[in-house]
Design a protein around this ligand. Sequence first.
Ligand code: ATP
Ligand code: MG
Length: 362
Amino acid sequence: MPDVEIRGAYKKFGSNVVLNGIDLDIQQGELLTLLGPSGCGKTTTLNVIAGFLDIDQGEVYIKGKKMNKVPPYKRDLGMVFQTYSLFPHMTVYENLNFGLSLHKVEKAERKRRIAYAMELVKMVGLEGRYPREMSGGQRQRVAIARALVVQPKLLLLDEPLSNLDAKLRHELRIEIKRLQKELGVTTIFVTHDQEEALSLSDRIVVMNKGNIEQIGTPGEIYQHPKTEFVFHFIGKSTRMDGVVKSIDRQSIQVQTQTGLQVSADPNNIMGEDRRLQAGDEVKLYIRPEKISLHMAADQPSLDNAHKGMITQMNYLGSAWEVEVSLSGEAIQSLCPAVNPAWSVGSEVYAGWQSPDMMLIKK
Ligand SMILES: Nc1ncnc2c1ncn2[C@@H]1O[C@H](COP(=O)(O)OP(=O)(O)OP(=O)(O)O)[C@@H](O)[C@H]1O
Ligand SMILES: [Mg+2]
């Protein structure tokens, strides 16, 4: 039985449909992320699970029990809100103690649990501080400790890292993952950061305008996006437009607007209508890291290789971002290393494999 089940959740604010009948199962011990652009309904979904918001239609179950109309404090969960949620007039210790006293936990046990939670988030020694006397990262750690200290069955984290700088985000992300696995607590993590979702999650739910576009493991979402929206939301890509010349079970031959002949894989058609035939106009997408650059045309292992010219080179430290023009088609490539002789104007061959290209009917 799933830990959390959402069935046909529908929610309207005025005439604005914010959840359009979503279905979702969350398994015991799983770390599930809700990923999507601003306003797609992530916080609303979390609030519905937490019980801060009623749905107009549908059901929510936690551990098999129907939760509609059950107040938040009876749902046995810990939550970190999108905006800072510590009580400003309480010390760190008092912030952690607050929930425990509501739950009528006995004093010695409270002390023990607070000490343990402070250790988990590496904040031992700062118990006497007020929120204003701490950095953003420290406050977020305390907020996480406060959610954990009540030993919830379910942990709900709404963009807990969004106000932090890149380095601290990365550090805390790793810590949240470690903590979550150590405690085995079922967790729903909200983010609009694709890298965060890919690195943290057991499964990702991609949301768009109150609908679920796709649910899958990070690998499934990245390698096999079902819709154009999911493909664009996760990762970068180059787009080419073309016309299907021929199609069979093994391959699709497409001619691009600029005259390139490319071959694609029939398993990689996205969208609702996946039946293609010769003459159909399509959009082709390929991710930069799938395009390799070579000195010679002769690349027997690649089923697409085209001569081009480098039009831009950007050094990123761990890789190079290279733009190549293939008979007028601007292609982005991400290479771990480049030939030292290459510069803007150099002639190169860009290659990729058919299964690395996604296509969708126009
Ligand atoms: N109390 C409310 N009254 C009216 N509209 C609301 C209310 N709460 C949210 N909305 C609307 O519902 C939609 C979804 O909001 P929600 O907060 O779930 O988005 P989100 O995915 O969490 O976005 P963000 O990434 O910006 O936090 C938005 O269009 C928002 O304006
Ligand atoms: Mg939100």
